[in-house]
Write a protein that binds this ligand. Structure first.
Ligand SMILES: [Cu+2]
Length: 657
């Protein structure tokens, strides 16, 4: 099916009211339930929760990912969210997760990547329902079920997004569709487009994975959706069961206080169907010219190692891994333009990693192409000028899930082995799903109008040949970067990413610092619950260095509210020996070329200490921002953006005073 673009029949873009609040763009966004046919081959329409523009009195036109907002740097946006969700969630709700015992139609709007006052940050405790609200909710209008968020937009051009963050049901609300894009424009970007340095042909690509309910699932007793609606895990399948997949505490010497709940969350959810802009395995006609793609990984837990290949001559639905497509030139990430463009797919790099003697992946040996963890963004240019008309290119993925270790149960592709004896899927027949490797197809069509000006090749030349070869042309083309200096840091914090078992024996991820919290079976535990006393309390305006030690087996995309950060290094350390004082076992590595400059979601690999630096400036706004009634100060969070990790319970307060 064709890729959905922006527009009323694709992904609707909201239209601001520019008069009610002079100098500001005002939006009224309806949050409601709707159904949409996602693919003609699905057995029925899919029920979603999502955003729709009702700013100018129009009826809500709910479409998946709808409510896209385009903002201008330094022009504030005021967003009123109107919660008219029904009381019953479309997905199974596990009430053993903190907060999930409350109403099911609680929401809050988090502007992910927005530098906003905490009262507009939409943190987990700032939720509101049609009838009540959370302890940190201070942005009501006086009308139940309404909230107002104020975004200064005092930040450079970039793709941010807004999505739900309500405690206990964030993962469900986001999966059910409460998410949309928010694009910030600025003069620098406009000049690059006007001067034909970056293309004016621009396409957002929101990549997600979803699973749709089949008749067989309904026959097996799935009651949270009809065939064609969204499927979400509702049982904790113990690894000790014949078709199980998750470690269970009591099986490994970690006693559980409670039996597993009937409806249970799982440590992370990898779906079986790739969806781009809400379309299943879509195609996009592209002319023989330069295109700019704004990519967001909006998945629950799945990473993508994006590569571009020509389609097989015999089967145009499959990538020919021996025939690389054109280069991918990355010019930006989630914090806007990067300081220097990077050539990827040059040629494509398939994922690989070496394991140590114990079978654990050695992060420093990982090889990949355009790697995107959940919540990461990439601003890329692809030049189709030299691709023959009629050619088909496949955007393809081979990132392991979970990352980087991988479990074949989560890898879906044409002709994959039948895994039904182990609780997995049957083999995927050619031309059909499920598939998480073949994401979408570009179909090259003749160019309409004149050829692209030569200047559109400049960034690719820079990325491939370096600044020296391109000479003076780069003046004014590259963004300026303020580099944060380690010597200005007032504090170095040691923090930890942890894995243990909860009271139900389920695998759980936690954040902590370097203070031991408990010893279980002789193992030191550093993890703390999200709702325990804040420890990351930072002085406003302070620069701090955070050394974040990953004691788990997974890479975690750590997302920082309030600030963008700079990645200083990644360094291996002795995980079993970690007692709060690290023993480094190898040299520190520089961040990847496309991670230089600013970041806001940072991949932190197993066995590595990832060091970041940030300056905790609060946004300047022309009104008083009250202290949080829950924590005091300005209440933000930092957390893993694998949504099941975040919810259970890999999130901690970030308090700025
Ligand atoms: Cu995580």
């Amino acid at each position: 099916m064709p890729l959905q673009g922006l527009g009323p029949t694709g992904i609707p873009v909201a239209t601001p009211d520019t008069t009610t609040f002079p100098g500001e763009d005002y939006y009224q966004i309806h949050v409601g339930e709707f159904s949409q046919m996602m693919h003609p081959d699905l057995p029925g329409p899919t029920k979603f929760w999502g955003y729709a523009d009702v700013t100018n009195g129009q009826a809500p036109n709910h479409r998946y990912l709808g409510g896209v907002i385009v903002a201008q740097q330094n022009r504030p946006v005021r967003l009123k969210a109107i919660n008219q969700l029904p009381p019953v969630h479309p997905l199974p709700v596990d009430t053993s997760i903190m907060g999930a015992e409350l109403e099911q139609n609680r929401i809050c709007v988090h502007l992910h990547g927005g530098l906003v006052p905490w009262t507009s940050d939409g943190g987990p405790f700032a939720w509101f329902s049609p009838t009540s609200n959370g302890i940190s909710f201070l942005n009501g209008t006086g009308v139940p079920g309404e909230a107002v968020y104020r975004y200064p937009n005092a930040q450079s051009a970039r793709l941010v997004w807004y999505h739900d963050h309500a405690i206990g049901i964030t993962r469900l609300n986001a999966y059910a569709g409460i998410a949309s894009a928010y694009i910030i424009r600025d003069d620098f970007e406009t000049s690059l487009i006007k001067n034909h340095i970056i293309p004016s042909y621009e396409v957002p690509l929101v990549i997600q994975d979803k699973t749709f309910v089949s008749q067989a699932e309904v026959d097996k007793g799935y009651v949270w959706g009809k065939p064609g609606e969204l499927w979400y895990p509702h049982q904790y399948e113990k690894a000790s069961d014949p078709d199980g997949r998750w470690d269970y505490g009591p099986d490994l010497g970690f006693p559980a206080k409670n039996p597993l709940p009937d409806v249970s969350t799982v440590p992370e959810f990898f779906s079986d169907t790739a969806v781009v802009n809400g379309a299943l395995y879509p195609y996009l006609p592209v002319e023989q010219r330069h295109y700019r793609f704004r990519i967001l990984n909006g998945s629950q837990a799945r990473f993508y190692n994006l590569q571009l290949y020509y389609a097989h001559s015999k089967d145009s639905g499959e990538a020919n891994l021996r025939q690389p497509g054109p280069r991918i030139i990355q010019i930006g990430n989630e914090a806007g333009f990067i300081p220097f463009p990077v050539a990827l797919n040059n040629p494509p790099v398939q994922f690989s990693v070496k394991n140590d003697a114990d079978g654990n992946p050695i992060a420093s040996t990982m090889k990949y192409n355009l790697l995107m963890a959940p919540a990461e963004r990439a601003d890329i240019i692809i030049d189709f000028s030299n691709v023959p008309v009629g050619a088909k290119l496949i955007l393809s993925n081979d990132a392991p899930a979970p990352f980087p270790q991988g479990d074949p149960l989560n890898d879906y592709f044409t002709g994959d082995p039948d895994q039904t004896p182990f609780g997995g899927a049957p083999s995927t027949p050619p031309g059909y799903g499920p598939n998480t490797r073949t994401l979408m197809q570009f179909q090259v069509v003749p160019r309409v109008g004149p050829a692209d000006p030569a200047s559109l090749g400049l960034l690719e030349a820079l990325a491939v040949h370096g600044a020296n070869q391109v000479g003076k042309l780069i003046d004014g083309v590259l963004p300026k970067l303020e580099k944060l200096e380690m010597r200005k840091a007032v504090r170095v914090r040691d923090l930890t990413l942890n894995e243990t078992f909860d009271d139900y024996g389920r695998l759980i991820q936690l954040l902590g610092n370097n203070q031991v919290q408990d010893t279980v079976n002789g193992e030191l535990e550093f993890g703390r619950a999200y709702d325990s006393e804040p420890t990351e309390v930072v002085r406003s305006g302070a620069t701090e260095v955070w050394r974040i030690f990953n004691l788990t087996g997974d890479t975690h995309p750590m997302h920082f509210h309030l600030v963008n950060v700079q990645v200083i290094s990644r360094q291996p350390f002795n995980v079993p020996a970690y007692d709060g004082v690290p023993q480094f076992t190898g040299p520190a590595r520089m961040p990847d070329a496309n991670e230089l400059g600013w970041k806001e979601t940072v991949r932190m690999n197993p066995g590595e200490c990832t060091t970041i630096i940030a300056r905790f400036d609060l946004p300047k706004v022309p009104y008083d921002v009250p202290a949080s009634p829950r924590t005091g100060g300005n209440e933000y969070v930092w957390h893993c953006h694998i949504l099941e990790h975040e919810e259970h319970d890999m999130m901690r307060p970030l308090i700025v005073k």
